[in-house]
Every structure is written in structure tokens, then in C-alpha cells.
Write a protein that binds this ligand. Structure first.
Ligand code: C2O
Ligand code: CU
Length: 477
């Protein structure tokens, strides 16, 4: 079966919003799609690997003419891709070369909170650094790093800070997937920006309901072209936008197969011609260009706007078939005797709230015991006919999507996730388990909503090893 559906409710798609900024086809020449280079370790010693990540300011040739002042991780824009492997002990030296405080959040990594995780409690002041370490314990997936200082996440991401994280393991590496980075396995980081005389101006473009730009970028490239040299190409698509939802499809309605989402490989491949991603969601898809000939050009579109072009070159025929079954998911039975947790995302503009409240760095909003499997009902109270989607994200864990308003989740939501788009007027039931301790954020991933305070904190605790956490206040960041 091939699905030809975005699944999401049509009325909540953000182009109906009053402040919607449509994407436009940029009137600039094509150029090769930027493929971020892979971050090299400083040192490898057995099971231990050392990295340095520098948040830095620079200039990037995005449009013809003047370069754009941008921020990035070990790069002038976005950042080098961090490739990690399950089971390895990582030591990361994070340097802040920016003129203001930042943090480095590992979105999708289950590492202890609130400091290693890199949320608002882990500030790195300008000119300073922070050293963290963690032993990675999770399956192969596509994650990302981005800043998370409260309340400046949205602006810092807008300025350019975001990079792909590729997690590998011994299960995914045996599946018949393309995995030659940069050749048949590429990150596709979707963002939108507006330029003012080639410069960013976050304050000018700011929208409290989420900032949109009119220019589509993929990996920081406008009008990027990727030359296809293999029959099958794996795209690790990340919606890295502050606010925009993407409704993706190919210009020729070519079919593709989704094999992974936020938290790893799906239990079974899902064939699609359309894919909607809300903010911070990821999808790994495999596109088989076997029915195209050299010279063909296929565009990846969001609605009617091309985002980038795939130019088909010569390739060896590849008859690899994906198995019907990809990975086993753990069998999570809810821990007996625990009530369903309820959390409510409400409002739009500066009225947005999580459980009726604004974020407070010193308030722990709830607790969940490590290893407990708890069902949560996540409700978006916006009006079904005109309200917006709030993408709900949790740090420190992955979850399963059980149902949407009591109905089955979408066909491509059967794997682990860490972001779920909750339609207006909808309750999504998710099943949540923490296996690392800490204080973790959960929030709307429309970055301006998060910065307004649509965020709360949960303590994942181990009763045998109680911890006290030093919680900073907004004045510290
Ligand atoms: Cu992608 Cu709280 O973050
Ligand atoms: Cu929101």
C-alpha cells in the first residue's frame, strides 16, 4: 500500500494562520546542495571518544552579493554532522565563541538532565566552555543539536545554530539501507528565513506565534542541487524551522519509503508520496530513482514551492528490496496502578500555556520514576476549525504514539518518537518511559512558543539513588 495523504487535519496547517508567510521560489542561481562535513574526533581511545564543538559566528555566502552574518557549530552556518555510536563513551568540550550565553541541547539523545542534556540549566557564558560526557545507549536514529537558552532559543536557531546528529548501532547497520554519508545518505535540514539586504533580522521578522521566512533553505543552501549517483538515496529529513510545517512531496509525485522517525528505525517500512513534518520532527526516507534516467530533475517540494532539486546521474542498477520487517520495538506494558498523565497545550500568540502555566526554571512540574511506563494524554485545546498544531516534545526519553482522539495513529508513527504534532482540538495518547535520570524539559517545539514559556519540567527519578538538582533561574541565563 502507498499512502497519498498528509494525514494531518487540513484546517490546522499553518498557511491558514493570519501571520502566515508563504515560501517563494527564490530568484537566485542554483548551486550544489551543501552537505555538512562530519565532525572529526579530537581523540579516540578504545571505547572513549573526544569531540570539541564550537558555537561560533561567521559569514556565509547564501545569496548572491554580500555574505550573510550567521552562526554555526564548527562552521559558519548550521554545523558539522556529529556521528555517534550506541555504547560509546563520549566526552564533549563545548566552547561558546558567541557574544552571548548559549547552551547545546542534544535533541533526541537520552542523556542525563538537566546539564548533560544541554537545556536552559546548562548555560555556557560567552568566551567560556563546558565539558560533558555520556555513554550513549540508544538505537540508530537521526537527531540534532541546537541551542536552548531560555528565552533565546528561537533567535539563536534563526541565526544558524543547528546540526544533524547521526546515531548508529549494530541493528541498523545490518539493514539494507544506503549509508555512505554524503553520497547516498544525506541530511536534509529544512528551514526558512527572510533576508534584509542579505542579512537576517530576527526582530524585524519576529512573530510571537512563530517566526516564518519567505526563503526556503535546505542545509543552508537556497536552490540547492544534489547530484544522484546511486539508484537509492537515503534522506535524513529534519524540520529545523522555528515554526514552519512542511508538506513534502516530489515534483513528479514520486513514491518514497519512510524507514525511520525521531526515535529510530520504524518497525516496518511505510510507502508514501506525501509527508508532513512539524517542527523538530525527523523522517528517514529512502528514495529509489530506478525509474529515472540520467539528466532527469526531480524537485523536493513543500506544497507548490520547490525546496531543492535532485539531478539524476548515472548509477549502477540496484535491486535491493527492503524487508517487510525492520526492527523490533521493546514491549512496553504500562506499569500497573498508574493513572494516565494529562498535559494540556493551550492558546496561540502570547496566550500560549502548558498546563495553564508559563515556564519556571525553578519549578519541577511533575515526576516519573525511571523504568515506569506511563501513558500520557497530550491535549491541544485550540479550536479545531482555526487553531494551530503544537508539536509536543519531551527531552530525555522517547515515546510511542498510541492514538489520536481515540483513533489509530498515522501509519508512519509506529516507531519511537520525541516530537508529536498535536492537531487543534486533539488529544494524542503517548506511552512514555525514562531510562536516564534528571530534570528534563517538555514543551511545544514552535520555538517562539517555547521561548514565551510553553514549557515545563519533569524529574525522572531513581528512588534508589535520589538526587537533588541545582536549578538555575532565568537570571542565570
Ligand atoms: Cu529540540 Cu527542548 O528541544
Ligand atoms: Cu505551540
Amino acid at each position: 500500500k502507498v499512502y497519498n495523504d498528509y494525514f494531518y487535519d487540513e484546517p490546522v496547517y499553518d498557511l491558514h494562520d493570519g501571520g502566515y508567510v508563504p515560501l517563494k521560489v527564490p530568484d537566485v542561481p542554483e548551486k550544489p546542495l551543501t552537505i555538512p562535513s562530519v565532525l572529526k574526533p579530537d581523540k579516540v581511545d578504545g571505547n572513549d571518544v573526544w569531540y570539541t564543538i564550537r558555537a561560533q559566528a561567521g559569514e556565509t555566502q547564501i545569496l548572491p552579493g554580500a555574505k550573510t552574518k550567521t552562526w554555526g557549530y564548527n562552521a559558519s552556518l548550521l554545523g558539522q554532522t556529529v556521528v555517534l555510536k550506541d555504547g560509546i563513551h563520549y566526552h564533549v568540550h563545548i566552547v561558546n565563541e558567541l557574544p552571548e550565553v548559549t547552551t547545546l541541547h542534544w535533541h533526541g539523545l537520552n542523556v542525563p538532565g538537566p546539564v548533560t542534556d544541554g537545556g536552559p540549566h546548562a548555560p555556557i557564558y560567552p568566551g567560556e566552555s563546558r565539558d560533558i560526557d555520556f555513554i550513549l545507549n540508544q538505537p540508530a536514529q537521526t537527531d540534532w543539536i541546537h541551542p536552548h537558552p531560555c528565552p533565546n532559543t528561537a533567535r539563536q536557531v534563526w541565526n544558524g545554530l543547528a546540526a544533524a546528529v547521526v546515531v548508529t548501532d549494530d541493528v541498523e547497520s545490518k539493514l539494507p539501507f544506503p549509508r555512505n554519508y554524503g553520497v547516498d545518505d544525506i541530511p536534509v535540514i529544512l528551514q526558512d528565513r527572510s533576508y534584509h539586504d542579505n542579512q537576517l533580522d530576527y526582530d524585524a521578522d519576529y512573530d510571537v506565534d512563530g517566526t516564518l521566512g519567505d526563503t526556503p533553505l535546505v542545509n543552508g543552501t537556497v536552490n540547492g542541487v544534489f547530484k544522484v549517483t546511486t539508484q537509492r538515496v537515503r534522506l535524513r529529513i529534519l524540520n529545523g524551522a522555528d515554526r514552519r510545517e512542511y508538506r513534502l512531496h516530489f515534483s513528479d509525485d514520486h513514491e518514497f519509503t519512510q524507514v525511520g522517525s525521531d526515535g529510530g528505525i520504524l518497525p516496518a517500512p511505510v510507502k508514501l508520496t506525501k509527508l508532513m513534518l512539524t517542527c523538530a520532527e525527523r523522517a528517514e526516507v529512502i528514495v529509489d530513482f530506478g525509474d529515472h534516467k540520467p539528466g532527469d530533475r526531480v524537485q523536493l517540494m513543500s506544497d507548490d514551492v520547490p525546496l531543492m532539486t535532485f539531478e539524476i546521474g548515472k548509477f549502477e542498477p540496484d535491486s535491493t528490496q527492503l524487508p517487510d520487517h525492520l526492527v523490533d520495538l521493546a514491549d512496553w506494558e504500562p506499569t500497573p496502578g498508574l493513572p494516565v498523565e494529562k498535559t494540556v497545550m493551550s492558546g496561540m500568540d502570547d496566550e500560549v500555556r502548558l498546563d495553564g502555566k508559563l515556564f519556571d526554571m525553578q519549578r519541577i512540574d511533575r515526576k516519573q520514576k525511571l523504568g515506569d511506563v506511563v501513558d500520557w494524554d497530550v491535549t491541544n485545546t485550540n479550536d479545531m476549525g482555526s487553531g494551530m498544531i503544537h508539536p509536543f516534545h519531551m527531552h530525555g526519553c522517547h515515546f510511542l504514539v498510541l492514538s489520536r482522539n481515540g483513533k489509530a495513529p498515522y501509519p508512519n508513527e509506529h516507531g519511537y518518537k520525541d516530537v508529536v504534532g498535536v492537531n487543534a482540538g486533539e488529544t494524542v495518547r503517548i506511552r512514555v518511559m525514562f531510562d536516564v535520570p534528571g530534570v528534563f524539559m517538555y514543551h511545544c517545539h514552535i520555538l517562539e512558543h517555547e521561548d514565551t514559556g510553553m514549557m515545563a519540567q519533569i524529574e525522572a527519578y531513581d528512588p534508589d539513588h535520589p538526587q537533588t538538582f541545582h536549578l538555575l533561574s532565568m537570571d542565570d541565563v
